[in-house]
Design a protein around this ligand. Structure first.
Ligand code: PRT
Length: 113
């Protein structure tokens, strides 16, 4: 499975968990049912763990960073799913920015407001 299809498939699982919560235990359902405060708290927690892992030296630190980044992105995807934001919308936004310097893009934001 390619990396981008992992994200698409995961978003499909999250949407399915939301539409038809299974009787079996599901971490995604527990997050969706607990709502934004729980999901946002997990995102903040995982972001702090990314920061800590990035400070660890060597291959162990790098591997830890990969795991914590995956946790952070997973919880962000659950938040998107809860708000019915489809993954292609995020991809389209990244695509819109592609090749535009972040400095130029930020300047265009302030001229729009
Ligand atoms: N990708 C994930 C995924 N990534 C992380 N997690 C869970 O996120 C939780 C993170 O918990 P913690 O904060 O305790 O973990 P942690 O930060 O590493 O803990 P410490 O470092 O503090 O010890 C754990 O329960 C992980 O299992 C995930 N849970 C589910 N998925 C996907 O979601 C699908 C549906 O899951 P269910 O709804 O549970 O069936 C699964 O098949 C997977 O594909």
């Amino acid at each position: 499975m390619s990396e981008s299809s992992v994200v698409s498939n995961l978003m499909a699982v999250i949407a399915e968990r939301k539409a038809r919560p299974p009787a079996d235990r599901s971490y995604v359902v527990s997050l969706l049912q607990a709502g934004d405060p729980k999901i946002l708290g997990k995102i903040a927690e995982e972001a702090a763990e990314v920061v800590a892992a990035a400070a660890e030296p060597g291959d162990g630190g790098r591997d830890h960073l990969v795991r914590e980044a995956a946790d952070l992105i997973f919880h962000a995807l659950v938040l998107l799913g809860r708000h019915d934001v489809p993954w292609p919308a995020v991809e389209a936004e990244l695509g819109r920015r592609f090749g535009i310097s972040g400095i130029v893009e930020k300047e265009s934001r302030s001229s729009q407001s």
